[in-house]
Design a protein around this ligand. Structure first.
Ligand SMILES: [Zn+2]
Length: 159
């Protein structure tokens, strides 16, 4: 696979994870961690299911990658995620020393990579991450729109 095909493939896999979340009524965000051309961690948002505010897609994928590689250091790992990471996940990305982050659509209300804060490229921190965005942005954002639209409808029908 050439580089572009590889990146497209891994972002598709992040979308597969996001759709898993969608199907169980979780905010549809998915992520994969890639090392040496292989997926070593994957995850989707499970906040409602586990009733835990911290189980975002990125954290699930990072935790699995740490277990797979038997290390908290995810050096030379890439993270693919459908939506721009929040402050908490950006912190985990920095702490796990991930090299590159690819995200799909921006999150204008919570994004901590470009939208509200630029944590991953802040030179005051001891680790910086290369950031790429826009791959499958439309599909990633559409999934979120569909989800919230359906959720609003459900709420209305309950009333
Ligand atoms: Zn997050």
């Amino acid at each position: 696979m050439n580089l572009e095909a590889e990146q497209t493939y891994f972002m598709q896999q992040a979308l597969v994870e996001a759709k898993k979340a969608y199907l169980i009524n979780e905010v549809p965000i998915g992520a994969v961690v890639v090392h040496d051309g292989k997926i070593v961690g994957r995850g989707h948002n499970l906040r409602e299911w586990l009733e835990d505010a911290t189980v975002h897609a990125e954290l699930v994928a990072i935790q699995e990658a740490c277990r797979t590689l038997n290390s908290w250091r995810l050096v030379d790992c890439d993270l693919y995620v459908t939506i721009e990471p929040c402050l908490m996940c950006s912190g985990a990305i920095i702490n796990s020393r991930i090299s590159r982050v690819f995200y799909g659509a921006p999150d204008l209300k919570a994004g901590a990579v470009n939208s509200l804060y630029q944590t991953l490229t802040d030179s005051r921190l001891n680790h910086q991450v290369e950031v790429f965005s826009g791959l499958y942005a439309d599909k990633s954002a559409q999934l979120m729109k569909d989800f919230f639209k359906a959720a609003r409808k459900k709420r209305k029908s309950v009333k």
